[in-house]
Design a protein around this ligand. Structure first.
Ligand SMILES: [Zn+2]
Length: 529
């Protein structure tokens, strides 16, 4: 912060201790200039001046921060070793005499009516200011009054913000773009005939989601009202349907395929967002997927951090998980790079080689299937024993009346919604192709059959009712340790149903199917024999 010119290095005649509060910002002109530079050097472009200022302050290299045109308005005091003024207005003058910059539009007014007039004045100037403001703050001037008024849960009772209303404008929608977020969420954005709103040219506005477009019947070519408030992305508020009369427009057809990769985009029941199912191959999701794939609980590849993934992806060396295992091709090229060197490249390639053999549950987790965390990955690995078996079941389970579907939701803790995410993932052809390429370079190792000599090993068990000697989760964990498969519902494939107190429909179903029913003690005896 020493590099900001508005902050003096020494205070002229300042007290021993003076804590100064204020706001660091970037002017609009400097923001646009910075983004030009960023764009020309292929660096990150900032969304708005606030992000640019925050990003500049976070720079580790003070030289970079110094090169950014940051400014500072001082406006309040923290700790002070001595006070020589008794009003806020005089304090601002003091800040100036110490060498700080204060906002030139600060004003002392005599009463509320005058304060409101000043608000109107600033509101009129707002569009011409070289920085964004969202309102004014009124403060009680006399410091002893401020003291007496005090504060309520950290907010002072002697200061109040008066925000400007959100600014609105009318313009036409030129097109509706569907953007794909890094987690695969499809978001509609209206491309607008550029229009000035509160001094800023707006050419994009959010349409929120599929239902928003449908409910308001927003169409390409429509005259719409847009609103911009602060730094938030502007939004389309309403459609002027009368303006539509003569033109023959069509209701917007929301895509059911990902515009980034072409995979089906699915919207689960009850959710507002449609998502791309091509997790493994979708360019929009790629970076997040790769980062997840190499993360500690998945492939855990040392030396392949987020920054390196981004770098390798930018240079087209990494486009899907399988590519990680082909990086050896680029050994010479990588070694010659700045900041890499022979040893680090060798170490990275070695770390990658060590993961060619990978625990099946880590592989499943690494795929990043929605709702499939570590615990569920382990369940699936135990239950299916191989990726091929899991995949075959998922493909067959596309038909929700099939036995495969039933066997999938029979797995304890896997309900309809999780099962559907599994099915969607494996039925996507792009994912299938990416998986096939991955299978060519890695060897998944199934979880050890934990106790194959136990009489319950390989048996399918269902627990129901309240157990007395252990919780359901404990019972399940123990059964799995003994090699049993624990299912959530009773079917003809169930070997044992263990019933505790108040067992309900599952016990009756077991009876009707002729499945062996055990009480808790019998189960314990059987599993320990
Ligand atoms: Zn996609």
């Amino acid at each position: 912060m020493r590099t900001i010119a508005d902050i003096p290095e020494r205070l002229n005649n300042g007290p021993a201790v003076a804590e100064i509060r204020g706001e660091i910002f970037m002017s609009k002109a400097d923001f646009f200039a910075l983004n030009d530079i960023q764009q020309n050097s292929n660096a990150k472009v900032f969304a708005n001046p606030r992000n640019a200022a925050a990003g500049s302050l976070r720079q580790k290299d003070p030289a970079v921060t110094a090169a950014r045109a940051l400014r500072f308005f001082a406006y309040a005091a923290g700790e002070m070793s001595e006070w020589t003024v008794n009003s806020h207005h005089d304090y601002l003058s003091q800040l100036q005499s110490w060498g700080f910059t204060i906002n030139p539009y600060s004003a002392l007014t005599e009463n509320i009516a005058a304060a409101l007039r000043h608000y109107q004045t600033i509101s009129a100037k707002r569009a011409d200011l070289d920085y964004d403001i969202d309102g004014v703050v009124y403060k009680v001037d006399q410091l002893d009054y401020q003291q007496r008024l005090g504060q309520v849960s950290r907010s002072p009772r002697w200061a109040i913000a008066h925000k400007f209303p959100a600014e609105k404008a009318m313009t036409h929608i030129l097109g509706i773009d569907i953007q794909v977020g890094r987690t695969g969420a499809l978001t509609p954005v209206a491309r607008l005939q550029p229009v000035t709103v509160g001094g800023v040219v707006v050419s994009n506005a959010t349409l929120h989601n599929e239902d928003y477009i449908k409910d308001k019947d927003i169409r390409i070519g429509d005259l719409v009202q847009i609103q911009r408030a602060g730094d938030v992305i502007p939004q389309v508020l309403a459609v002027d349907k009368d303006a539509r009369k003569d033109t023959r427009t069509e209701a917007f057809h929301y895509p059911d395929h990902c515009p980034s990769c072409g995979s089906p985009a699915i919207r689960p029941e009850g959710e507002a967002v449609r998502r791309c199912t091509g997790q493994l191959s979708c360019p929009a999701q790629l970076l997040e997927r790769l980062k997840h794939f190499v993360s500690r609980d998945a492939f855990d590849i040392e030396g392949l951090g987020a920054r390196i993934i981004e770098e390798l992806h930018q240079d087209d060396m990494l486009n899907e998980p399988a590519d990680i295992f082909h990086l050896k091709r680029y050994q010479a090229e990588l070694t010659a790079r700045d900041g890499w060197g022979e040893t680090s490249v060798k170490n990275l390639l070695m770390a990658i080689d060590q993961r060619r053999e990978i625990a099946l549950e880590r592989l499943i987790y690494g795929l990043g299937i929605r709702q499939i965390g570590q615990a569920t990955s382990m369940l699936l690995a135990r239950h299916f024993g191989s990726l091929e078996q899991l995949m075959a079941t998922a493909l067959a389970a596309k038909d929700e009346t099939s036995e495969a579907w039933q066997s999938l939701i029979d797995i304890d803790q896997i309900g309809d919604s999780v099962a559907r995410d599994i099915v969607q993932f494996f039925t996507d052809t792009h994912n299938q192709e990416a998986l096939k390429r991955l299978r060519d370079v890695v060897h998944p190792v199934p979880p050890e059959a934990i106790a194959s000599d136990s009489p319950v090993a390989g048996k399918t068990v269902v627990f129901t009712g309240t157990l007395t000697s252990m919780s359901r989760a404990e019972a399940k964990a123990k059964a799995e340790l003994l090699g049993a498969k624990v299912a959530g519902s009773v079917s003809a494939k169930t070997d044992y149903v263990v019933i505790g107190a108040d067992a309900g429909s599952k016990a009756r179903k077991a009876e009707s199917l002729g499945v062996t029913i055990l009480d808790e003690d019998s189960w314990i005896r059987l599993s320990q024999s």
